[in-house]
Write a protein that binds this ligand. Structure first.
Ligand SMILES: [Zn+2]
Ligand SMILES: [Zn+2]
Length: 256
């Protein structure tokens, strides 16, 4: 299994793109603006979309992707998400006002998109690749994901602030190859980070003290323009001995 980072910024500008991770060629984790970098043939190959939550930076390219390539696909795109997230998509996006309801076109019995509700802790297995929703703690219902391929596992926190379950899951994953964790704001923006339920370097460092794994920690969802400041602060306060780097747009992890 391979994971390719299409977008991993907290925003846009100067080539930055928001969260979207492509697994092999057919599975997508979040549909942020990173997805818009794919060609139409690659977009048409995506059969499964797993959403962490309904915030715009994680879903914005989904409506456009469907409109661009759904007509060339043989079957529906399956969108897996918490029931609360699916309800937001129905009420606020695919409501015939913002965008058409692609679960009913071209026909309700053969739609371009279908929803599959996902419970926290449930696992979807797709041709030997296992995707499990893990808890997150954000301002809206949210999950992270544990991806397990033939060679190893990757854990992605999604958008979250401090919570023990993420680190318990990481510590319990023997074949963990990569841990992707968000840190959205620098320490001087602690109040905003706490109000919007995101990590900042001090809160990340406190939780990293509980991390007993050896897999590298990749930092994602950095505030545009604040990348260097956040990474420098993490360097200063994180426990020694860990490999911690900023996740890069275009990065490929092929050891999963
Ligand atoms: Zn969010
Ligand atoms: Zn976000």
């Amino acid at each position: 299994m391979q994971l390719r980072v299409l977008g991993c910024s907290g925003g846009i500008g100067d080539g930055r793109h928001t969260t979207s991770l492509l697994v092999d060629t057919d599975i997508l984790i979040d549909a942020g603006s990173g997805l818009t970098q794919l060609g139409r043939a690659a977009l048409a190959r995506i059969d499964h979309l797993f959403l962490t939550h309904a915030h715009l930076d994680h879903i914005l390219a989904l409506p456009l992707m469907l409109d661009s390539v759904a007509g060339e696909r043989d079957g529906p795109l399956t969108v897996y998400a918490l029931p609360e997230v699916i309800q937001v998509l129905k009420d606020c996006v695919f409501n015939w006002q913002v965008w058409p309801d692609f679960t009913r076109i071209p026909a309700p019995e053969s739609p371009f998109m279908r929803y599959v509700p996902l419970a926290q802790g449930s696992t979807v297995e797709l041709q030997g690749r296992r995707i499990t929703a893990i808890p997150a703690h954000h301002t809206v219902p949210a999950v992270g994901y544990h991806l397990q391929g033939a060679k190893g596992s990757l854990i992605f926190s999604g958008d979250t602030d401090s919570h023990a379950a993420l680190w318990e899951t990481a510590n319990a994953t023997d074949d963990l190859r990569h841990l992707i964790v968000e840190t959205s704001f620098p320490n001087r923006m602690q109040a905003i980070a706490e109000a919007s339920r995101h990590y900042y370097p001090h809160s990340l460092a406190r939780d990293l003290a509980d991390y007993r794994g050896h897999a590298p920690v990749w930092i994602t969802h950095l505030k545009p323009g604040g990348e260097a400041e956040i990474m420098q602060e993490i360097d200063q306060c994180a426990p020694a001995g860990l490999t911690i780097k900023a996740l890069r747009q275009g990065q490929v992890m092929d050891d999963l």
